[in-house]
Design a protein around this ligand. Structure first.
Ligand SMILES: [Zn+2]
Ligand SMILES: [Zn+2]
Length: 588
């Protein structure tokens, strides 16, 4: 078998059989559920009555797998001749999950895979449709990673099973690279960095998925929002604000009451039902309705940093990247069909410009018309053509997800690539042929007739919460100067330098520089290390006798080290310029 990335799934899944075999060797009562390959490796779900798997167990299972693999084993496909008999056998063995699966697939020509030794003895069997490696000789580089709870068939109504996540590669080198990547990713975990830098918290008293932004992260957000507002104005958007709740009636008109219901929070007041808004779109349409438009007064580009709330199962919530309450950098463009391509082009430009500020690359996906859809075929064709034309004119490569668009329109997704190559859901541009019809909004065309405008939904960051989580991991907390929660730490060497240090602090603060005066009676080395390593502050100014005498400051730069002496006014000028230009580099 060729050792390529497609066959990697087969290697991984075959390795999951060896893992299951090892688990059953060590835990006689372990019942097997399922063990598929995934993008990052494979997992297997087990039901082990009375035992919770530990780190030590994982090490032992790995050892047992290596022992099993000392002999070359074969994986042999075996057509089940008598399904009812096999079901009964599974039940007798206590393999209730296998029995349930086989019951379901009894008419699909079900097969077992038999793991045999060189003498043909069956060491292990698993209900499985394959495919597998022919034999185990290629299973060399694997690693068991972690355990997690997982409901049988993903339903909370079922029993919680124990899942072992693991991975496998064709070579040890590939495995080592992947393990290094995991280590780097763990170091960048935004929840861990938050604990060191005091960025945010999520409290049980508030609720999972609801974020408290601490001052250090709120200031990063403020910088990004400032950019966001001024850049929107520059690009011809109007900015609006809308309420957090609205009567159910509004969501009945928009259709969310029926197709989005399970994600919505409901409130009740004096017999009237309200909804905590899951989307900003209906409000923006109502603002559109407040005026009359002609083809000449369009496009109308309306933006809002709108906070929405969407119910999620608490199991999927995590840090800043999966939340229930979040602020979208939302905008809706209302335009004529003729203006659509230009508008899409302008949004792609906006996304590209914005992501380049953060040194972020991205991948693009286009999702097209699904089988059931609303709107005219003509508009769909025009829209898909328009999205393609816009992407091509920008020279952007993109993948097409055929038939994967929403029923109400095609869309473009931008997947952000962070500093270590992971991808994250980012900007989207979504065409909508549905809401303008439902709200019956109009504009007057050249010939005097009233027509329905095209509506584009668009976010650039997606949500401020998720983008911030991605940004923290992208920079590993070491923000460029324009974003850094604190830009400068002032470190007086001893107490007699404190007054002068305070003067420097006041001057920086008066010049809009986010400074921190560290006049604790700790050693200088300790304070500098803490500023750079723990708090990731870009600049440290050290003040001692010499610095007081000649009125110069000793500058140190994060990641660079000592950068010589600098006059305070010169420092302020240079740092201000670095911030103004949103430089990615810290050198002044
Ligand atoms: Zn299998
Ligand atoms: Zn929208």
């Amino acid at each position: 078998m060729e050792k390529n990335s497609e066959n990697l799934y087969i290697l991984r899944h075959s390795t999951s059989h060896i893992m299951a075999q090892a688990v059953q060797n060590l835990f006689k009562n372990a019942k097997l559920a399922i063990g598929p390959a995934i993008d990052t490796g494979f997992y297997y779900d087990f039901d082990i009555e009375g035992h919770t798997l530990t780190e030590e167990d994982l090490a032992n299972i790995e050892k047992e797998m290596k022992r099993i693999l000392k002999d070359t084993l074969t994986f042999e496909k075996y057509q089940i001749p008598d399904v009812e008999k096999q079901i009964a056998e599974f039940k007798a063995q206590g393999e209730v999950y296998k029995a349930e699966l086989l019951e379901e697939h009894k008419n699909d020509n079900p097969t077992l895979y038999l793991t045999k030794d060189k003498d043909g003895n069956v060491l292990f069997n698993d209900l499985c449709s394959g495919p597998h490696l022919e034999n185990s000789s290629d299973i060399k580089a694997f690693k068991l990673l972690k355990t997690a709870g997982a409901y049988w068939r993903g339903s909370e109504k079922n029993k919680m099973l124990q899942r072992i996540y693991a991975t496998a590669f064709w070579t040890q080198k590939e495995l080592d690279d992947y393990l290094n990547f995991l280590e780097e990713a763990a170091k960048r975990d935004h929840r861990k960095i938050s604990a060191k830098m005091d960025l945010f918290s999520i409290r049980d008293e508030v609720g999972s998925g609801l974020v408290l932004w601490h001052p250090n992260l709120a200031v990063v957000r403020e910088q990004i929002e400032n950019y966001w507002r001024s850049e929107h104005r520059r690009r011809g958007y109007v900015i609006v604000n809308t309420p957090h709740i609205a009567k159910s009636k509004l969501w009945d008109i928009s259709g969310h009451s029926s197709h989005y219901r399970e994600n919505m929070y409901f409130l009740e007041d004096e017999g009237t039902e309200y909804v905590l808004k899951p989307m900003n779109c209906p409000f923006h349409i109502l603002i559109y309705q407040a005026n009359r438009y002609s083809y000449r007064s369009l496009p109308l580009r309306m933006a809002e940093l709108g906070t929405v709330y969407r119910r999620e199962r608490s199991g999927v919530l995590s840090g800043l990247t999966r939340v229930t309450g979040f602020t979208q950098d939302d905008a809706h463009v209302f335009c004529t069909p003729e203006q659509m391509v230009d508008e899409i082009n302008a949004i792609i430009d906006f996304v590209d410009y914005t992501l380049s500020l953060f040194n972020m690359k991205y991948e693009v996906e286009l999702s097209t018309r699904p089988e059931s859809y609303v709107g005219s075929l003509e508009n769909w064709d025009r829209a898909e053509e328009g999205l393609k034309k816009a992407l091509e004119s920008k020279g952007l490569k993109y993948d097409i997800n055929e038939g994967d668009g929403a029923f109400y329109g095609p869309k473009i997704d931008f997947k952000l690539k962070d500093a270590i190559g992971r991808t994250w859901q980012g900007a989207t541009i979504q065409l909508d042929f549905n809401l303008p019809e439902r709200f019956d909004i109009k504009y007057q065309d050249k010939d005097g007739s009233m027509k329905t405008p095209v509506m584009l939904h668009r976010v650039i960051f997606g949500s401020m919460e998720r983008f911030m989580g991605v940004l923290i991991e992208h920079y590993a907390g070491a923000f460029p100067a324009w974003l850094a929660p604190q830009q400068v730490a002032i470190v007086p060497i001893s107490e007699r330098h404190n007054d002068y240090a305070k003067e420097v602090y006041d001057k920086l603060t008066a010049n809009d520089i986010r400074a921190k005066l560290d006049d604790r009676s700790e050693g200088m080395g300790y304070k500098i290390r803490e500023a750079f390593q723990e708090h990731k502050i870009p600049y440290v100014l050290v003040i001692g006798d010499k610095e007081m005498e000649d009125g110069q400051l000793s500058l140190r730069i994060r990641g660079i080290g000592e950068a010589g002496k600098i006059d305070i006014d010169n420092f302020i000028d240079k740092l201000s310029k670095n911030v103004r230009t949103k430089s990615q580099k810290l050198e002044l």
